[in-house]
Design a protein around this ligand. Structure first.
Ligand code: FAD
Ligand code: SF4
Ligand code: SF4
Ligand code: SF4
Ligand code: SF4
Length: 411
């Protein structure tokens, strides 16, 4: 019997999924089983669109379509939870299985505690995540550093600390990620700072770290993080959808060491990136200078998982004078005051900013300070946020009782 806390090596039994999967296709096989067995009504995941830089979200109801979603897209920087909130009614009316990186998993919890997503109806399949690469920067990186045509690349992978690409003529090239990052390429800046490497908030956490021996590259290391995850894994194994084996103890040890090494690396990046912002007044001046490029396109608000209010305070004329570009600094102050306690460092507000303003860096630096002050860690459990600027107990109760979607009903 499978139980919370178990760890297994798993791979797909289906030959096509085994072949197409990144590391043996266990994730795709589990999704297929969840759909076929009626555990869920639909699966939300991503698949390759026009090319390897184009990760496209897909909602699948026909199990036969799942094989095309197998494989990891390291230039896939989407955040799926906001789509569940926006387009799938927060999973209130149908059961979903969804594939989540660490930042997605944290966003799921932040939306769930605000009653915007019903976690009871969701099976969360987590992916370990060393980081993702912005599709725009990936193209430049492949042209400049790999000296290859970005349009000729048919496959990419991250292996043993290298970003490796394969072009349509069969030419392979790999460059260490450290070297790429020193040159200003590589993983997104928020990924460099990220410490959610094994998303244990999910029902299952799946990745390749720790798979050694003959199964290396052909199986996924699955950590069972909840009873729901245990039921899925057990059901899929009993139905013959996946094959499982006990992990090699040395592999478990290696996995732990890699996770710790990634934490240390993230701390190093945090220190470097936050100190580059300066301190106190200098930091404020830097943020004000950078945000003075803002064209008020609202992409930061549109894509932030914590921003979902019907009446956004940035649109209230007595707070932000309408029609001004760049908008008054109050526009950004409102976001800082509403989001900073709960920012999950997903990077969406930075990557999709029309003016390349490092919004996620600003918000994450605030979140880290707030965490030190209040002890609230976003996205790890269902604890309610700090809710700065309001009568906390009253506001917490109001949100919890009503499921209101106006987070800060104070103006
Ligand atoms: P498959 O059966 O191939 O299924 C993979 C699933 O992931 C599919 O449902 C697919 O749609 C979905 N998917 C692909 N790309 C994305 C994306 N960008 N965002 C959301 N969903 C996506 N494992 C580690 O142990 N260490 C790492 O450092 C690590 N980094 C990763 C970074 C990224 C950006 C991604 C996407 C995955 C990473 N993984 C990492 C997980 C690993 O690559 C495999 O996904 C995992 O081992 C499962 O393999 P599989 O063959 O069972 O999955
Ligand atoms: Fe992965 Fe973290 Fe980057 Fe999200 S923020 S893509 S979990 S490294
Ligand atoms: Fe993500 Fe930016 Fe919102 Fe933080 S502020 S959760 S980085 S979109
Ligand atoms: Fe985001 Fe605040 Fe606007 Fe709500 S009111 S959408 S939290 S900026
Ligand atoms: Fe301003 Fe960038 Fe936000 Fe657009 S995404 S409103 S330019 S900060």
């Amino acid at each position: 019997m499978v139980a919370k806390g178990d760890m297994v090596y798993a791979s797909a039994s289906d030959a096509e999924i085994l072949e197409k999967g990144e590391c043996g296709g266990a994730v795709t096989a589990l999704l297929k089983y969840a759909l076929e067995s009626g555990m869920v009504d639909a699966v939300l995941t991503v698949k390759k669109g026009y090319d390897i830089y184009d990760a496209t979200p897909v909602l699948i109801k026909d199990p036969a379509e799942l094989a095309e979603t197998a494989g990891s897209l390291h230039c896939g920087t989407l955040l799926l939870p906001k789509l569940i909130k926006k387009y799938l009614d927060g999973a209130k009316n149908e059961k979903l299985a969804v594939v989540l990186k660490g930042c997605d998993a944290k966003a799921m919890y932040e939306l769930a505690k605000r009653k915007q997503i019903n976690l009871d109806n969701v099976i969360m399949i987590g992916l370990n995540c060393g980081g993702s690469v912005s599709p725009v920067l990936a193209r430049t990186m492949i042209a400049d550093k790999f000296e290859m045509d970005p349009d000729s690349i048919v496959k990419e992978e991250i292996d043993k600390g290298q970003f490796i690409v394969l072009d349509k003529n069969g030419e392979h090239k790999g460059i260490p990620i450290d070297e790429l990052e020193e040159a200003g390429y590589g993983r997104r800046a928020n990924c460099q700072r990220c410490k959610t490497k094994v998303p244990r908030q999910c029902d299952l956490a799946c990745g390749n770290w720790g798979v050694i021996g003959e199964k290396a590259g052909k199986a996924t290391f699955v950590e069972v993080c909840s009873d729901k995850g245990a039921a899925l894994l057990e059901g899929a194994a009993k139905a013959g959808a996946i094959e499982t084996a006990a992990p090699i103890p040395k592999g478990i040890e290696i996995r732990g060491k890699i996770e710790n090494a990634m934490f240390k690396l993230a701390d190093k990046h945090r220190a470097a990136q936050f100190s580059a912002l300066g301190e106190s007044e200098d930091r404020l001046k830097f943020i004000m200078d950078e945000t003075s490029r803002c064209i008020k396109c609202y992409q930061c608000i549109e894509n932030c998982p914590i921003c979902y209010c019907v009446e956004c305070s940035t649109k209230k004329p007595h707070l932000v004078t309408p029609g001004q570009v760049p908008p008054p600094f109050m526009f950004h102050l409102i976001r800082f005051s509403h989001i900073s306690d709960s920012c999950v460092n997903c990077g969406q507000c930075e990557e999709l900013c029309a003016m390349d303003i490092p919004n996620a860096l600003f918000m994450h630096s605030l979140q880290v300070e707030m965490e030190k002050m209040f002890g609230f860690v976003p996205g790890v459990n269902m604890d309610l946020p700090v809710l700065a600027l309001v009568e906390e107990p009253t506001e917490r109760k109001r949100l919890s009782d009503t499921g209101d979607d106006q987070i800060y009903n104070i103006f």
